[in-house]
Design a protein around this ligand. Structure first.
Ligand code: PLP
Length: 429
C-alpha cells in the first residue's frame, strides 16, 4: 500500500531541531587555535546562507521557491506500507517506509545537494569541490550543480573509483569532474601518493582534498553531504512528509522511527521532526555497521572531521579521525564520526543506537527484496534489519506497534555486494 501526497504538498519550510535538543549544541572549534569558529572562519568553505542555517535557532526555515521547484522533480516521495514483509514475518506490527530511492541519484542525498548548490550559486560561486565514498554524494552534487550551472569537482575514494565505475559514469553524465583520491590535484594528495602511489584512499582523506581545493580558490566552495546541522535541516523534508502520510494512512504517531547512520543525514531527516513527540513515547533508533560502531562504541569528544585535521573540530561520538574502517559494502556508513545533533540526542538518551554485522544486514535486504520487490542499498538494509527485528519483537509480545524507517536508497548499483552475499563470499564483519 502506497501513500502519495500531491505535488503541492512538499513542505514549504525545513524543521530546525536546535531549539528542541536536550542540551544546546557545543560550538565547532577552530582546528588551529581551538577557539570556537565564527562565520568568517567558515566563509572560504560555505555560502553565508548555509552558515546562518548552521547556527540558526529558528524552528522553521522557509525553503526557497527555486529549491522547491527542483525538489518537485521527485518529491513528495511515497510512503509505503510493507504489508508483504509484515505477512512474511507474521508480525502484528505495521511497517512503513519512506521511499527516498525515487530521487534522480537514487538516494536521499539530493535533498541537501540541491539547496547547497542553489545557495552557492546565489552568492556568486561558480564551482563546488566535494568528496565521495561509494559515489552517492558525488552523484547528488553533480546532478544539483548541473541544474544550477555550477562546475563540480569530485574527489572519489580511490578504492571505489576503481571498483565502482558506474557511479563515476553517473557523475560524469551530469557533468561532474571525478578524480580518484588521493589525487595529484592537491598538496595533501601529492604527499600521500609520494609515500604510496597505490594508495586506496578513505573518506577522511577525500574530505581533506576537497577542503584544500575549496580554500585555495575564490570561485570554489566546499559541499558536505552529511554531519553538519544545515545538512540534517535540509533532510527534514523526509520526516515532515512522512508525518502527513502516516496521518493519511490513518495512523497516529509511529512507535519507533529508524534510520541507518553514516554521518546522520537520512536518520536526522526522518527522525528529527519526531523529537518533539518524544513525550508521546516515540522511540528514535540509529543503526550502524558493527565494523564502524561510532555511536555504540565511540567516545563522545571533540574530533576532526577529516584525516589531515583541516576541518573544525566537532563534539561527537568518534572512533578517532585516523580510524580506517574495514571495506564493508555499505560505503556510506564508513565514517569515523557522526552528526553533532545525532550525538547530542544519543548522549542524552533521547535516541537509541544499535550495530549489526553485514551478514545479518544482507539477510534482511534479501528478505525485503523477496517480499516487497525493491532491492535496497546496503546502507538502507541496516535500517531494514532493525525494522525487521522490531517487528519480530512485536510478534513475541503481541504488540501492535507502528514502525517507520527511511528507505534511504536503492541498491541497483550495489549488485556486486549482493553477488558476494548470494555466493557466500561476504565477510561477516
Ligand atoms: C549516504 C547514504 C547513507 C548514510 O549517510 P547518512 O549521512 O547517515 O544519511 C544511507 N543510505 C544511503 C542510501 C546513502 O546513500
Amino acid at each position: 500500500m502506497r501513500y502519495q501526497l500531491g505535488s503541492d504538498q512538499i513542505p514549504q519550510a525545513w524543521f530546525n531541531v536546535a531549539p528542541h535538543l536536550p542540551e544546546p549544541l557545543a560550538p565547532p572549534l577552530h582546528p588551529g587555535t581551538g577557539e570556537p569558529v565564527g562565520p568568517d572562519d567558515l566563509a572560504p568553505l560555505f555560502p553565508m546562507a548555509l552558515i546562518g542555517q548552521e547556527v540558526s535557532a529558528e524552528e522553521w526555515i522557509p525553503i526557497p521557491a527555486e529549491v522547491l521547484d527542483v525538489l518537485s522533480l521527485w518529491r513528495p516521495t511515497p510512503l509505503v506500507r510493507a504489508t508483504r514483509l509484515e505477512q512474511a514475518l507474521g508480525t502484528p506490527a505495521r511497517i512503513y517506509y519512506k521511499d527516498e530511492s525515487v530521487s534522480p541519484a537514487g538516494s536521499h542525498k539530493p535533498n541537501t545537494a540541491v539547496p547547497q548548490a542553489f545557495y552557492n550559486k546565489a552568492e556568486g560561486i561558480s564551482r563546488i569541490a566535494t568528496e565521495t565514498g561509494a559515489g552517492q554524494w558525488g552523484s547528488a552534487v553533480s546532478f544539483a550543480s548541473q541544474l544550477y550551472g555550477l562546475e563540480c569537482q569530485v574527489y572519489m575514494v580511490a578504492a571505489s573509483y576503481r571498483q565502482k565505475p558506474y557511479r563515476r559514469v553517473m557523475m560524469e553524465t551530469w557533468g561532474g569532474q571525478v578524480v580518484p583520491s588521493p589525487s595529484n590535484l592537491t598538496e595533501f594528495g601529492r604527499q600521500l601518493l609520494k609515500e604510496n602511489p597505490e594508495h586506496t584512499g578513505s573518506l577522511g582523506i577525500a574530505i581533506s582534498e576537497a577542503v584544500e581545493d575549496a580554500v585555495g580558490r575564490a570561485d570554489t566552495h566546499y559541499a558536505l553531504g552529511s554531519v553538519l546541522n544545515h545538512v540534517l535541516l535540509h533532510q527534514t523534508v523526509i520526516g515532515l512528509e512522512a508525518k502527513r502520510q502516516l496521518a493519511e494512512a490513518g495512523e497516529g504517531l509511529p512507535d519507533v522511527v529508524i534510520g541507518s547512520c553514516g554521518g546522520g543525514s537520512n536518520l536526522g531527516g526522518i527522525a528529527l521532526p519526531f523529537v518533539p513527540d518524544r513525550n508521546e513515547g516515540v522511540r528514535l533508533v540509529a543503526v550502524e555497521p558493527a565494523s564502524c560502531p561510532t555511536l555504540t562504541k565511540g567516545t563522545y569528544e571533540y574530533d576532526f572531521g577529516d584525516v589531515a585535521g583541516m576541518t573544525p573540530k566537532l563534539l561527537m561520538h568518534t572512533l578517532g579521525h585516523d580510524f580506517i574502517p574495514p571495506p564493508i559494502h555499505a560505503g556510506g556508513l564508513r565514517y569515523h564520526g557522526d552528526s553533532p545533533i545525532i550525538c547530542n540526542l544519543v548522549h542524552a538518551g533521547w535516541m537509541e543506537a544499535v550495530a549489526y554485522p553485514q551478514g545479518k544486514v544482507f539477510e534482511a535486504a534479501v528478505q525485503f527484496a523477496r517480499t516487497q520487490g525493491s532491492i535496497p542499498a546496503p546502507e538502507t538494509s541496516h535500517a531494514i534489519r532493525a525494522a525487521i527485528d522490531e517487528a519480530l519483537a512485536a510478534k513475541e509480545s503481541g504488540e501492535e506497534k507502528v514502525i517507520l524507517f527511511s528507505y534511504s536508497g536503492h541498491g541497483l548499483l550495489d549488485l556486486a555486494a549482493y553477488d558476494d552475499y548470494l555466493n557466500g563470499r561476504l565477510i561477516d564483519a
